[in-house]
Design a protein around this ligand. Structure first.
Ligand SMILES: Cc1cc2nc3c(=O)[nH]c(=O)nc-3n(C[C@H](O)[C@H](O)[C@H](O)COP(=O)(O)OP(=O)(O)OC[C@H]3O[C@@H](n4cnc5c(N)ncnc54)[C@H](O)[C@@H]3O)c2cc1C
Length: 285
């Protein structure tokens, strides 16, 4: 590659689009939703993502971090991010206001939830805590195209009811007769009517035929080993189980080598992998 070509590539892959925070909503005591609109109309219209992909968001003068896109890919005007306040970039974002500018690169990730392939199958979602963020994009898409899918089962667990994300939507989905929502919390509080315990406990109760079912898993790292064990007991097919994996990453485009899992990179090969793909990668789970 010539120096000119390298410079051009750098320009296109590392240069963020300027975007505006159009709305901010508190989702829990630690998470906020940010509605992000890319300023340039042409770029905005060309920004097509798939459920499970992510963006790199820049807080100017401070830094950049990857965030999954929880909104529906059908929403073209802006996209949403769900951000937990934990450190530099996320903490600065939590202090920002509507109208403030951020930088966006992406969408990134080759691996996404295979929503096309899932058609005519049951869709089982297993999410823990902040893991609801990436899978919500898939849930939104499936519900917008409800007739294309068989049963939709959502198993979602969090530490306590306050930490459940998108409570208003969970309530709406619970009211529908074409979605089965099973919520569980580690620590119940007064008035809690759902299950108590980790979300793994609800897997034995999944009663759909494994040949016609896709399972999607996203949650804290500790969750995966136990969820996979339970899914394997029920004989779900590894090529139909998809997991969104998170690793510390910088560039998002396969250059910085921070997010390796064996010979795979989370940013360009994932972040969504099938259980079949990662079955022999020791560091994956
Ligand atoms: C593909 C992908 C999707 C993501 N999606 C979301 C999302 O939807 N919402 C969201 O809130 N966050 C998401 N994250 C995490 C996010 O990118 C940042 O890591 C997080 O916001 C912390 O960045 P920070 O600059 O605020 O904190 P920092 O100042 O970098 O760190 C704060 C503390 O958290 C620790 N830490 C930071 N990142 C990680 C990590 N990845 N693993 C382990 N420890 C870490 C640091 O060691 C430090 O102790 C995602 C990460 C990846 C790789």
């Amino acid at each position: 590659m010539t120096i000119e070509a390298k410079e051009k590539e750098k320009d296109s892959i590392y240069k963020p689009f300027i975007a505006t925070i159009k709305g901010i909503k508190e989702l829990s005591s630690t998470e906020k939703q940010f509605d992000i609109q890319i300023d340039d109309k042409e770029t905005r219209e060309a920004f097509n993502f798939k459920p499970g992909q992510f963006v790199e968001l820049t807080v100017f003068g401070l830094g950049e971090a990857p965030f999954s896109i929880p909104s529906s890919p059908n929403n073209k005007d802006y996209f949403e991010l769900c951000i937990r306040n934990v450190g530099n970039v996320s903490g600065a974002l939590h202090k920002m206001k509507e109208g403030d500018k951020v930088g966006i690169r992406g969408p990134f990730g080759k691996g996404h939830f295979p929503y096309e392939e899932m058609k005519d199958n049951n869709v089982v979602i297993v999410a823990g805590g902040l893991g609801m963020a990436p899978v919500r994009s898939l849930i939104k898409y499936v519900l917008e195209n409800r007739d294309d899918y068989k049963r939709v089962i959502i198993i979602y667990g969090s530490i306590n009811p306050d930490y459940l994300l998108y409570k208003d939507e969970l309530e709406e989905w619970q009211k529908r007769d074409d979605v089965e929502v099973r919520l569980t919390v580690d620590e119940p509080c007064e008035g809690w009517q759902g299950e108590v315990g980790v979300c793994t406990n609800l897997i034995p109760g999944i009663d759909c035929p494994v040949d016609e079912s896709y399972v999607v898993v996203c949650g804290p790292p500790v969750m995966y080993k136990f969820v996979i064990k339970e899914l394997e007991k029920k004989c779900f097919k590894p090529e139909k189980v998809f997991l969104s994996l998170e690793r510390r990453m910088e560039c998002g485009v396969g250059k910085c080598n921070h997010c390796h899992i064996g010979d795979k990179m989370t940013c360009v090969d994932g972040p969504v992998f099938s259980l079949w793909e990662i079955r022999n990668l020791k560091e994956a789970i």
